[in-house]
Design a protein around this ligand. Structure first.
Ligand code: SF4
Ligand code: SF4
Length: 305
């Protein structure tokens, strides 16, 4: 199909890759995710917050068969710094948190390739599982999706496309062979939530106690559980510790971007949870998709400082 060839060429410019999944697998995808509910891998609260917004159907009424295009885009570590007056703190926004520009680029590439008459919608689907099922990537012990030539530093996006595409890349999900005999991510996880014993990591019976993962707690408002210590915090949002030690990510750690500096006044406003009072600061946060975490930035920054 010519449109797919053109899509491949367009995405090449960003070092991105894609796969195609038929909409007939949406029910299966739903069953797999729901099988997590109540398993050891994911607790009810996490399920509600992260998984319930997914929609496993066509966004267009009466559209019986369509395809989903899954795209992986490489993304480096973004460094941000804050001036507290006493010190300048450098910290990271982990890969995958900055996404709006990537999503726009994917939309552009799809529109150019398929033409203006083909309807395209952002898909609200479990992206890691979709990427693993489409063959774009494999699960690691840390339950992250690893994409060849990107490691876990990849932003996954997915789009419904109202067009019958013969190609269907759906298959079994795979687990990284490199995880056999390696426990680096488990050893470096501050809360010990990665299972370092199991030799068949990841997948839908993840070797991860999701409820103990720092990411879950620092993305949402509220007090941290007592097992997360101040010294465990390592990113303005999310956590990067199981990724930076992974040998498969070594080549991509060099791709650090000096993203943004927050001056003393801006840092103070964030600490006081008053970032909305400055248009410039709000625009800065929005530029890096950090406006979505406005409620938790103050608390997270206090922990880091
Ligand atoms: S650190 Fe080792 S065990 Fe963990 S994901 Fe990377 S290769 Fe697998
Ligand atoms: S993101 Fe942090 S807390 Fe979660 S599994 Fe990785 S190292 Fe552990």
């Amino acid at each position: 199909m010519k449109a797919l060839e053109e899509l491949g060429i367009s995405l090449d410019r960003y070092g991105a890759k894609y796969r195609v999944v038929s909409s007939v697998h949406l029910k299966e995808l739903k069953r797999e995710i729901e099988a997590l509910y109540g398993s050891d891998g994911i607790d009810g609260e996490v399920f509600e917050q992260y998984l319930s917004p997914f929609r496993y159907q066509s966004p267009w009424n009466g559209c019986r068969a369509h395809s989903i295009i899954v795209i992986a885009v490489p993304q480096g570590l973004s460094i941000v710094s804050f001036d507290s007056g006493k010190r300048r703190l450098k910290t990271v926004i982990p890969p995958t948190y900055i996404y709006r520009k990537i999503r726009e680029d994917c939309f552009d590439a799809l529109n150019r390739s398929f033409g203006p008459t083909v309807k395209i919608e952002k898909a609200l689907l479990p992206l890691k599982l979709l990427a693993a099922r489409s063959g774009l990537g494999s699960y690691g012990r840390n339950c992250l999706c690893y994409v060849p030539l990107m490691g876990s530093f990849a932003r996954i996006e997915a789009f419904h496309i109202a067009c019958r595409i013969e190609r269907d890349d759906w298959g079994e999900k795979t687990l990284l062979k490199e995880c056999e005999g390696c426990t680096r991510c488990a050893d470096n996880c501050p809360t010990g939530c990665i299972d370092g014993e199991t030799q068949t990591p990841g997948g839908l019976k993840p070797a991860l106690n999701t409820g103990r993962c720092i990411t879950i707690h620092n993305e949402t408002a509220g007090d941290f559980p007592e097992y997360i210590k101040e010294r465990d915090h390592n990113a303005i949002v999310g956590c990067i510790k199981c990724q930076t030690v992974c040998p498969l990510n070594r080549p991509y750690l060099k791709k650090k971007i000096d993203l943004e500096r927050f001056a003393r006044r801006e840092t103070k406003l964030i600490l006081q949870n008053r970032h909305d009072s400055s248009k410039t600061l709000s625009a800065k946060l929005r530029r890096h998709d950090m406006d979505e975490y406005g409620d938790v930035l103050s608390r997270n920054l206090k922990m880091l400082l």
